[in-house]
Design a protein around this ligand. Structure first.
Ligand code: ATP
Ligand code: MG
Length: 594
């Protein structure tokens, strides 16, 4: 585990050009703490760069972009990038484009395009029609490639992909020039046209930038900038059989769109040389050239942030689709009941740095809990029902007991809980006998039914295995909203639902999909999948008002946790619920289950 294991990131060392100053570092308690370290950096060094650029009059208005490749669903790491790019534009009065980086048709699909748009919107950001595709620029990109060829800065190589790799050299050894490197521009132009016109099979030819095969940056050793792919594209159909590579496409797309700050993750740090090289050598108006800035990827314990691995889980049926509530995809977290506000808060709290780190899962859950605690209506749900018969309560009678929807927010209103002679409580809330620490129901003692009466347990019935099947109680009629008449204190309060009117449904108890905090680093990540990451509770007994919950509605089931009506398996009038997060940090427990 890396040292910066928790989300509070202190005392980071940055690259030299970053301005060092005292900063406010947000902590997970929600308060801001003043760092005492002299050289602590701003929580968001990119923000500082933008402030300086604006102050120096370098730009009138900033423009950022979020550039997903539509080859999978977005995950928690993308949420960070979305919040950063859209958040900067919002905070500095700029604009943020949504750009699909769609240069690899074999892995892309419009299903992913649609899901990405839905996820960005759900997170609370919009792009006002600025929806772009790298493929919109294929004609221009082709033109700029021709410009490089004409300047003698690009050539068509006919080495095989394996040979290109072999010629590239290693970190210790320089590469070797391809025998095709010194072709004349006219010949390169003719061959590039032949590539475009379908005259080469895949792997037979490619276009390479002519830079420096001895560069200490491998990405500068004559990188491939166009390859042949006889493949239909989801946006351009069969128009092209050559496709530009990411490094060539991204910088030009940024420049075409007038991006001022092109923000990406650290693995592209070296590629910044290539980004600048391409823009320096093409004729695209360059007085306000975009600049690339890198920040560290977000890694969260127990979460996978590799689209390839997430896709494998989906394709091999380990999970119930990209939006399985155990997936760290935005759609999975939505289905689980995480809220956009909680995710935004999480991204804000973890900050933006160049330090590689792993954020604890409990930091994410804390944000979810904080938001739901403040906003989710309360409800009662008995997951493992046990009959409780109140022998002195009149048969056939039903009272409606008023219960507030939220203890602190009167404006959220109240609901009626039907109360009758026979109710259901959770199996875990009754023991025949127990010591004084046990505050729930035991024979011969009292407990309060939440929003209702105090009851006294008299006896219980058992089946042939000795399992308690029913508890007989007496209730105190004068204790509704009042203390015991004799002033006796009743410490325990348990939740319940009326047996006759309970809404019976399925509740899915989700926990982490993996037992390894860093599944992505495991040799075989599939072997770290937990068998019990989903426990299905059939026939849970819920208070009747929950029948009307609509997909996505979230509740605090009192004393149990936060739950969300499932968006896939719920029917009208019959929602199924997913555990969003427990009431208290459950991570110590999960780790113990390894
Ligand atoms: P791929 O391997 O498919 O390229 P990717 O994770 O880089 O996967 P993209 O769709 O290219 O996915 O990412 C879109 C944007 O989100 C990029 O700017 C990328 O840097 C950023 N991003 C991706 N993963 C993370 C992460 N874990 N933390 C922060 N930003 C991320
Ligand atoms: Mg990428």
């Amino acid at each position: 585990m890396t040292p910066a294991r928790c989300g509070i990131i202190h005392g980071l060392s940055f690259v030299a050009q970053v301005c060092h100053r005292r900063a406010q570092i947000p902590c997970f308690g929600g308060k801001m703490t003043e760092s005492t370290e002299e050289k602590t950096v701003p929580t968001n060094f990119i923000r500082q760069i933008i402030q300086d650029d604006l102050a120096a009059g370098k730009f009138q208005q900033i423009r950022t972009r979020f550039p997903p490749e539509p080859n999978g669903y977005l995950h928690i790491g993308h949420a960070k990038s979305i919040c950063l790019n859209f958040g900067l534009a919002r905070d500095f009065g700029g604009l943020c484009n949504l750009r699909f980086d769609d240069t690899n048709p074999s892995k892309e699909d419009t299903e992913y395009v649609d899901s990405i748009k839905e996820d960005v919107k759900w997170l609370g950001f919009q792009w006002d029609g600025r929806e772009h595709y790298s493929s919109d620029y294929f004609d221009q990109l082709y033109g700029y490639a021709v410009e490089l060829i004409n300047q003698g800065l690009a050539y068509v190589d006919e080495l095989s992909p394996d040979e290109i790799r072999e010629y590239r050299g290693t970190l210790k050894e320089p590469g070797r020039n391809s025998p095709y490197r010194d072709r004349a521009p006219e010949e390169n132009l003719r061959l590039f046209e032949k590539m475009r016109d379908g005259g080469f099979a895949e792997g037979e030819a490619c276009l390479r930038a002519k830079i420096d095969m001895a560069s200490s940056f491998i990405c500068m050793r004559d990188p491939v900038i166009y390859r042949v792919k006889h493949q239909s594209h989801h946006q351009t159909g069969d128009r092209w059989c050559i496709y530009p590579m990411y490094d060539f496409t991204h910088c030009i797309s940024d420049a075409i769109e007038g991006i001022t700050h092109s923000i990406c993750t650290l693995e592209f740090q070296d590629n910044r040389r290539l980004y600048d090289w391409v823009l320096e050598h093409i004729s695209l108006n360059s007085d306000k050239r975009p600049h690339q800035y890198e920040f560290s990827r977000l890694n969260v314990e127990y979460c996978l942030t590799s689209k390839r691995k997430l896709k494998l889980l989906v394709d091999e049926g380990y999970v119930d689709g990209w939006d399985d509530p155990r997936m760290a995809t935005i759609s999975g977290m939505r289905r689980r009941g995480f809220t956009p506000a909680a995710l935004r808060e999480f991204c804000y709290r973890i900050g933006v740095t160049k330090q590689e780190n792993v954020v604890q899962m409990s930091a994410l859950e804390t944000c979810v809990r904080d938001d739901l605690n403040a906003n989710a209506p309360r409800a009662m749900a008995v997951l493992h029902p046990l009959r409780l018969v109140i022998d002195n309560y009149p048969e056939g009678r039903t009272e409606n007991l008023a219960a507030p929807n939220h203890p602190l927010r009167e404006e959220l209103g109240a609901r009626q809980l039907p109360f009758s002679r026979e109710i259901l409580i959770d199996e875990a809330d009754f023991r025949e006998s127990a010591n004084k620490q046990y505050k729930r129901l035991t024979l011969g003692r009292n407990v309060r039914l939440r929003y209702g009466y105090v009851v006294h347990a008299d006896s219980c019935e058992k089946d042939e295995n000795g399992k308690v099947t029913c508890v007989h109680c007496t209730y105190y009629p004068e204790t509704l909203g009042a203390d015991m008449p004799d002033g006796q204190k009743v410490k325990g309060v348990i939740h319940w639902v009326s047996a006759a009117s309970a809404f019976r449904t399925t509740v899915n108890l989700y926990s982490c999909l993996f037992n390894d905090p860093n599944p992505g680093a495991a040799e075989d990540f599939l072997s770290t999948i937990r068998k019990d990451s989903l426990v299905v509770v059939e026939n849970a007994a819920l208070e009747p008002s929950l029948k009307n919950a609509r997909a996505g509605d979230t509740f605090q089931f009192e004393r149990e946790g936060y739950f969300c009506a499932d968006s896939r398996n719920s029917a009208e009038g019959h929602p199924v619920f997913n555990l969003t997060v427990t009431l208290k940090d459950s991570f110590a427990k999960v780790e113990g289950q390894k």
